[in-house]
Design a protein around this ligand. Sequence first.
Ligand SMILES: C[S@@+](CC[C@H](N)C(=O)[O-])C[C@H]1O[C@@H](n2cnc3c(N)ncnc32)[C@H](O)[C@@H]1O
Length: 260
Amino acid sequence: MKLDEAQRAAQLQFGKQSAQYGKGHILADVADVAAALDDIALKAGARALDVATGAGHTALYLAGRGFCVTACDVAAAMLDRTAEAAAERGLQIDLQQHVAEVFPYADESFDLVTCRVAGHHFSDPAAFVKEAARVLKAGGWFLLIDGSVPNDEPVAEAWTHQVEKLRDPSHGRFLRQGEWSDLCEQADLVVKSSELQPMKMPDLDWYFEAANTSEENRVKVRELVKQAPAEARRVFQLVERDGKVIWWWQRLTLVAAKEG
Ligand SMILES: C[S@@+](CC[C@H](N)C(=O)[O-])C[C@H]1O[C@@H](n2cnc3c(N)ncnc32)[C@H](O)[C@@H]1O
């Protein structure tokens, strides 16, 4: 598998950190996926592709609903975690190791493509959305969930970019809400809903542990939190209380359709 620099960084980072993404991780709560799929009419047996599956929380949920699931990731260790969890639950998932920017699947082979909390690592989000559109059947659905930023908040956007990059060097960029919609339109996907919702983050130490952030960068992030501009404090509801940092991610849930 030929990888670019960003893909290699993600493979390295998540290859090392796969054990952190299992049961106790905030991503194990798939209420966001369940809520988004409420408005999507798909029958058991529908073919779903979960891109950048990580420890497989989304893929496992889809398989549990009776969909026929393929899950992919650039990091083999993450696919191993998914395989273990699937075996534990008696679920069948087809696992494939490849990048999110090029898929090895035929045109029009899936009813649903999902991608949750991974897009901000991708080296080429436009290529990823084009591939998602290509492999969807006419009448198929695209569900994207990721950290994002409101369209007109450049100061908050620059702040969160600095924080995330220091925490996890494989972070690429949180795309603005409107950017994801634009990418869908360019790929001929029709955006049906796009919603930003605040999502409470666990405390900073947990956040560092999940990414194995270096001591040096933890100090830098704490300094950025202390010096956070008013715009970032407002957008991320950032406060320090009793020595704890409380903040809320802006989570984007976007549903688009491939109309036939
Ligand atoms: C936070 S985890 C994903 C969580 C998962 N989707 C869920 O719902 O629990 C991010 C994953 O993205 C994968 N990843 C990052 N960049 C990638 C790329 N360009 N292609 C494929 N996978 C990628 C990482 O290896 C990692 O497993």
